[in-house]
Design a protein around this ligand. Sequence first.
Ligand code: NDP
Length: 458
Amino acid sequence: MSFDYDLFVIGGGSGGVRAARFTAPKGYRVGLAEEYRMGGTCVIRGCVPKKLLSYAAHGFEDVADLAGFGFEASVTGFSWPALIAAKDKEIARLEGAYQNTLNNAGVEWFKARARLDDPHTVVMTDTETGEESRVTAAKILLATGGTPSLPDIPGKELAISSNEAFDLPELPKRVVVYGGGYIAVEFAGIFSGLGAETHLIYRGDKPLRGFDEDLRQFFLEQLEGRENLHLHMGRSIAGLAENRGDDLTVTLDDGSTLSAGAAMFATGRRPNTPESLTLGGQIETNAASAVVVDAYSRTSLPHVFAVGDVTGRLALTPVALHEAMAFVKTAFDDRPTAMDHSDVATAVFSNPEIATCGLTEAEARDRFEAVDIYRSSFRPMRNTLSGNPSRSFMKLVVDRASDRVVGVHLAGRDSAEMMQGFAVAVKMGARKADFDATVGIHPTGAEELVTMRTPVQD
Ligand code: NDP
């Protein structure tokens, strides 16, 4: 049977673009459909714009820190619209770069919404003209990502998600952020850092469930001291209602109310798996609507694969990229390759920044007979002069029997940059003795990680 394409990719985000652009140059005919903007969540309304806004959110704090170093400096103004315009320009540049990369690789791409009509037929609806076209493909890759998921509460249509937060015309004077995961704490840092009175509302006792407990506790204590940030832990939002002017009334589950210019819900994301993509269940999905895949990213239909957030594994861009590369080897190089999802380092660009790799203490205690913990919290050198009260936190989790460092947990300035190198060590199976044998770089914060000598006795 002959097909129009050897591979058709649905979704032009990190995973889809990576797979397409590495397959086409091997001489395969590759098509790709993206209904929105090329680059997907990460580039258009995720990691990249978020990091740009996070840089800006340090502005007021950094300038205040300068006084301790002898500068007479103050910020005389900040323009949210100027920041958003600069961000938009950079995102448009990156979108163009993604399109060029696909063109240069020989991928035929379409600005269209795609659905599957049968296991080998993709029907595209052109996003601009509404015209329909049908193509066939020998192999299909689902890389449709995820979308914000909002709880069903009265007035939820008045809430925004992170999608809209990136395009707010003005920075609200007061903003409510709902949730305690990555996106909630990152945006709480952005809004409060830029001067908005920010209320973080979370149903649990401290943010970042699933992260190491000591790290979470440290993080909570640091948030408690932050200017413009008000924490409402153990609280849920019962409803939203329109208020006079542009404001919203946010009612909490204890009956108290807050008035805010915007309420951003960061209550998780769900995979984009409409029925039109799953062929009436022929492509299996799980209870969380994620496409079920095997270790080789193969779905329940052997010629259909899926990578990235749509599979509900680890919703991180670099993971999608790795899955895509493994897919290309499996499907087109005749080298079945499974991505190893263990010890993936991750960072939360909150303030303070967090980075983590490997097991939490609780996970390690479950897995190993005896675990040693090394922990340190200190005032970074920079803050001795700046007077900034924020502190840093570091923790190593070590399996006593093998001496392997199985978890590294950091909070504080530059944690993400520090973690990348230590993630290599964890991935390689470095022992605590290897950390001890490594000479520190002085004076840095990171040297603390190779000079922690005494396990804590809790
Ligand atoms: P997360 O899963 O990280 O957090 C969702 C939050 O919403 C949790 O605190 C959860 O509470 C809360 N929540 C869920 N359902 C409800 C509900 N019905 N009512 C009230 N609260 C609710 O999701 P995010 O949306 O923040 O991020 C999605 C994923 O995207 C992340 O998990 C991460 O993989 C990725 N990401 C990565 C980033 C990075 O690498 N820096 C940045 C942003 C996103 P509870 O904990 O109690 O369940």
